[in-house]
Design a protein around this ligand. Sequence first.
Ligand code: FES
Ligand code: FES
Length: 158
Amino acid sequence: METIELNINGRKRTVHCLANATLVEVLREQFQLTGTHVGCDTSQCGACTVHVNGDAVKACTLLAARLNDATITTIEGLAQNEASHPMQKAFNECHGLQCGFCTPGMIMSAVDLVSKGGADSPAAIREGLSGNICRCTGYQNIVAAVVQGAAEMQEQSS
Ligand code: FES
Ligand code: FES
């Protein structure tokens, strides 16, 4: 058994886990952060995307024991002061989801993409989100949502 310290959604947490436990297992099973989904378990679908030290990563293939002292943000930690993040709001308003299974991962990837300046056109957004698969094939509205969310994020930061 390994023991590590993590900051998860702004709270310091001590984690006891097996050496081969993945981050998504720890988030879902120890902390009930079930907004982070598991679609493939093989780093293909992006449903498990969270932020680790500010970068979007696929939590199904990261060993939690390697992340001592990391800062983790999940979809549950994106809202601030009970107000939805602009990207969450945009997905809602643009109907950027159908069944919703891919949505948390899409939003976490989109926020990272926008933060790093990679969402300046619909084509760039499609490329930037190519690691996230939507089985409902709702890409048109997802791209529209990211365009709107990016504009609102930029407005908030200016
Ligand atoms: S569950 Fe991690 S990429 Fe699919
Ligand atoms: S909304 Fe169903 S998988 Fe994307």
